[in-house]
Design a binder for this molecule. Sequence first.
Ligand SMILES: [Zn+2]
Length: 478
Amino acid sequence: MLIFCFSFATAQNGYWQQHVDYTMSIDVDVESFSYSGEQSLIYTNNSPDTLQRVFYHLYYNAFKPGSGLEAASRNAYSDKRNMSKTLLSLDKNDWGDVRVVSLKQDGTLIKHETKETVLEVELITPLLPGESTVLDMSFFVKVPAVVRRAGKNNSDGVAFSMAQWYPKLCEYDDQGWHANPYLGREFYGVWGDFDVTINIDKDYTVAASGYLQNPEKIGHGYADLDPEVMHEEKLSWRFIAPDVHDFSWAADPEYIHDVVPIKDGPVMHFFYKNRPPYLKSWKEFQPFAVKFLRFFSDNIGRYPYEQYSVIMAGDGGMEYAMCTFITGSGYADYRRLLGVTSHEIAHTWFQFLLATNESKHAWMDEGFTSYIDDAALNEALGLNNVVPNKGAYEGYLAWVATGLEEPLTTHADRYKFSRGYGASSYSKGSVFLSQLGYIIGEKNLYRALQLYFEKWAFKQPRPYDFIRCAERVSGLEL
Ligand SMILES: [Zn+2]
């Protein structure tokens, strides 16, 4: 039963979030698929707590036999155990590796210990509330084969698909550190600015989060090359991404780079292999990608950056800062690309801008994204479906019928079955929004999403923060 009420569910009070600014420079060896890097972080502790330690994610250490990722798959309930089989069969040359060469706090070497995908660091000077510290790291990375999302030579032959490619500071919030070992699903990061320089062989076109700072010295479709510039063996690409919580890039010597400005919106960039059948399909879907971005901008909240890139890279589709990686091989016909493109662009809102902890609340990013990507497809393709997310209801109900459903509070890495994770986070999350729309009305549902964006973009909301928005626009206690 519903009652009208004047006392509401509790949203996060006294909210704070940590802040980190990254300056990184890497030197890529395209022959050995490795790079050495220098990283300087300015980490600001906005919490009320004194921090004695900090943690980093070292994701690529998961991509080798015997890792936690491999063991989790080997011991999974699902009888497929594909991840384990893939990792166990990797040639040693294709294992990933992240080595921390040195680490300093404010100029002094400090102790650190690599525990597979997590780096534990003892600060010599505890970081007091409201204070900042500088962490300088030298590191070396060997790029793994693409096993999950990132790596070298993906199924389309894209040389570098570089997601989660750098030592990445773990998030600390009012629930403490989130230094989870990487088991294959979902992310959570610290908001800040990224200044990234990538030195790579001059034949490679680099696509990345952030704005290229020296386009006239680079060319490669970003700008007309300054005629005075003679390219050396390597080019130095400098990107700045402001107000993000991650940074990704991809590079390939065969990328075509199309630039599509949107009226009153960002400039869209498309990067894809110069090979059939992509030449046709990756042109044909571009107007739809523009429509999707517009739909989300109009219905949730204005896209806040000046650039968005759709990059052929990775495996399947995955969302990143100011860009997405989508494979070509699975989607040769442009119509097959539309669903994944709508989904990945929608993720810019749910979870990139509304940066929930995906591991804990996967339904808030995958579910909300699934709901809104179906709505965008319905409009952009003129489908006129009365229930655009009918598939989500069907998927969820079919899983419920198995009797194997687990609670939505299950950690994303700890679902017993992949299908259960999918049905819960994608389908049930989508069903949650449409059921909410049934209760408060579709107009109020969109108003709730807009208020949620207004209040929580560039932050890290939790379930009650959204519910509170739905209560405020509807006047109901939910
Ligand atoms: Zn998704």
